[in-house]
Structures are given as structure tokens and as C-alpha cells.
Write a protein that binds this ligand. Structure first.
Ligand SMILES: [Zn+2]
Length: 379
């Protein structure tokens, strides 16, 4: 539901069985049912309203049937706010030489024990029904970048055929017509995914075909795969025009804080990315004055806060010198403190975006953000 718009930027909220999510929203990635280095109460204190879980990992370990028997993913991990699960497709396609793709689905070898598995559109829906996230994703083919028009067209059309199968299976499970599926969240939604590489004619075709299937929301997949930013923005802008105004739009796997602002300007409502959490563990920190590489020797004697403009626990309590020391010593606390800060930066950015849209001054917010993001980094 949209509450206000400013240009193409949209402020809204969507309702799930586990509560409301304010959009535009950023979803921290909790691959194994945990956002690395943080406890759930840290996330709650940061105001995180939705997290993402990875179906591929949870299916292999501890297993979707076990999670369903333990009451579903929310119950199992002890998180009662919304969750989105991906379809597992992205990880399977990343296995490169450990998988083969056919019309039926993807045959792959587990990275854990080498066992073989077949992931089909129906199976991806069933597994996610067991997990019971509030939002499940359609199983699609993830195309390598760069790809020819022909390869991108074939792949996009296969994803569309798979989307039909996902939707059909989802309706069967929801209607109770699928024996053997222990659906743990009757209010689950299913989002379709638009593919087509960087070819706008294919994106148009994919968007029209996907929207015709009637999903609860729509994602743009296959971007943020190494293409120039400007191309990603162009495709995003042209693709969101095909999407129904009233339903959430999710740009998968993006991106830097600047990418979030620029994509909101092109009509996107939801994001996920490992960047803030992974960068935190590598000592790469986002601040209002540019990026900080905390390993840098110049911070060894710096008693100032990481980001004077940040209200997070890390910045309120500790100095750059201490954060550098913990990082250099390989202390686990370094990951926790750094992740807390980077996620605060992302969530504050989203809050700033939402307020700016509500007050109809998003364009000013955006210009200021671009200016500070393109300032030389602190290093
Ligand atoms: Zn901070």
C-alpha cells in the first residue's frame, strides 16, 4: 500500500502475517537463519523489520522438513517479524561446475557433502512452504553476465515457464491440494522475478508475462552482477514502469547506499544485500563522510568515533583506535561492532529516504546524498 509518492519514489507499507514493513526497506541477509555476528535483539533495536533467509542453505542444513517439524522458520530461529526467503536458485546457479540445468529444473551437488539434489520450480515452492517465510520467491534461472541477446532471451523465457509452474504449485499448496507439504505459514506471499539481462525488450517481455501471472509482488533479478551502475539504473527505471503501482517492487542483491537511493528514485521499494554485513567483517565501514578502512594504520591513535554523525552503540561507545585494534587482533567483537554500525548506516539511509518521500523533498535528499557519497573516501 502506498502512502505517498515523490516523482517515481514511493513511500508505503505492506502487511504480512508477522507484521507491517515500511517501504522503501532494506533487508539484512541472514543466510543460515542469523544475520552474521548479531543477535536478533540487536536487529530489533536497530529497527530491522524484515530479514532474508537463504533457501539453499537451510534446505541442505538443517533441512526444510526438520524446520517445519520445529514449527517453521520463525519459530525455529526465534524471530517473529517478517522474513523473506529466496528460491535457492541463485546459489544453485553459482555452483557452476556442480550443477546442470534442464527444462525440469537444476540438478546440483551439495557444497557440504557432494550429495545430488534436483531443485525444480515446484520443489522450490514446496521447500519455502515448509520454511514458512512471509514472502517466498519464484524459482528462476540466473543468467551469467555478460550474455548474448539470444542466451538472455532463452533464459528469460525459461524463467517465465518456471514462473507459471511456481504459481500453479503455490496455489495448490495454499489450497491444501498438495499432500506431503507441511506449509507452516498460511499467509505466505509469492513474488515473481523479472529477468532478461540488460536487454530492455526482454525485460519488457518478462515484466508483462510475469505480471500477467498475478504475484503478490515483483522482483527484478539478474542485476548487480558486474554491469556498469548506469546500465543497472536504466534497466531498473524502464522495468518498474511495467509493474502494478500497488504492489511491492524488490531489486534483488543491491547494493551500495548510493545504489539504494538511486533505485528508490526509479521506483524500487525493497532491497537486500550482503554488502553492509560482509564489508563490516572485512573492516570496510560506511560513514557519513565516506568509507573507512579500519585496518588503516592512521587509525591506530585515533580516539574519535567511527562516524560522529552516527547514533549506533559502536560509535557512541568506542574509538576508531579500539575498533582497529580489535580488527587487527582478530577479535570476534570486531565483527559484531562493525556489523552493528554498517547496518545502522543502511537503516538510517532508508529512514532518511522514507522521511524525504513523505515530506516530498526526496530530490533534495538524493542530491545531498550523491554529493556526500561521491566525496573522496576517508582513506
Ligand atoms: Zn555507528
Amino acid at each position: 500500500m502506498l502512502t505517498s509518492t515523490d516523482g517515481e519514489a514511493r513511500r508505503g507499507e505492506f502487511h504480512t502475517p508477522h507484521g507491517v514493513v515500511q517501504t522503501p526497506a532494506f533487508m539484512p541477509v541472514g543466510t543460515q537463519g542469523a544475520v552474521k555476528a548479531l543477535r536478533h535483539d540487536d536487529l530489533e533495536a536497530l529497527g530491522v523489520e524484515i530479514i532474508l533467509g537463504n533457501t539453499y542453505h537451510l534446505y541442505l542444513r538443517p533441512g526444510h522438513e526438520r524446520i517445519a517439524a520445529l514449527g517453521g522458520l520463525h519459530q525455529f530461529i526465534g524471530w517473529d517479524r517478517p522474513i523473506l526467503t529466496d528460491s535457492g536458485g541463485y546459489q544453485v546457479f553459482s555452483l557452476a561446475d556442480r550443477r546442470t540445468i534442464s527444462e525440469e529444473g537444476a540438478d546440483f551437488q551439495s557444497h557440504l557433502d557432494g550429495s545430488r539434489h534436483l531443485l525444480t520450480p515446484e520443489r522450490a515452492v514446496d521447500i519455502q512452504a515448509h520454511l514458512g517465510a512471509d514472502i517466498a520467491m519464484a524459482f528462476d534461472e540466473c543468467l551469467a553476465y555478460p550474455a548474448t541477446h539470444e542466451a538472455a532471451a532463452d533464459s528469460m523465457r525459461r524463467s517465465l515457464r518456471w514462473a507459471v509452474r511456481c504459481r500453479r504449485r503455490f496455489e495448490e499448496v495454499r489450497g491444501g491440494a498438495s499432500s506431503g507439504v507441511l506449509a507452516t505459514n498460511p499467509g505466505q506471499a509469492l513474488f515473481g522475478i523479472i529477468q532478461g539481462g540488460l536487454y530492455q525488450d526482454l525485460r519488457d517481455e518478462s515484466a508483462e508475462g510475469t505480471v500477467a501471472l498475478g504475484f503478490e509482488g515483483y522482483a527484478i533479478g539478474g542485476l548487480s552482477v558486474g554491469e556498469p551502475n548506469e546500465l543497472m539504473y536504466q534497466v531498473t527505471e524502464a522495468t518498474t514502469r511495467h509493474l502494478p503501482a500497488e504492489q511491492p517492487r524488490y531489486l534483488m542483491g543491491t547494493g551500495t547506499p548510493l545504489d539504494l537511493v538511486e533505485s528508490v528514485a526509479r521506483g524500487i521499494d525493497m532491497f537486500d544485500c550482503v554488502m553492509p554485513t560482509r564489508h563490516a567483517r572485512n573492516g570496510q565501514l560506511f560513514t557519513s563522510r565516506g568509507r573507512v578502512n579500519i585496518k588503516n594504520a592512521k587509525y591506530a591513535d585515533d580516539d574519535g568515533p567511527l562516524d560522529p554523525a552516527c547514533g549506533c552503540y559502536t560509535c557512541q561507545r568506542h574509538s576508531r583506535a579500539y575498533l582497529r585494534h580489535l580488527y587487527m587482533a582478530g577479535e570476534m567483537t570486531a565483527s559484531a561492532l562493525n556489523t552493528l554500525h554498517n547496518l545502522t548506516f543502511y537503516l538510517d539511509t532508508m529512514r532518511g529516504i522514507r522521511d524525504a518521500i513523505a515530506f516530498r523533498n526526496f530530490e533534495i535528499f538524493r542530491q545531498e546524498f550523491v554529493r556526500s557519497a561521491s566525496a573522496p573516501s576517508c582513506d
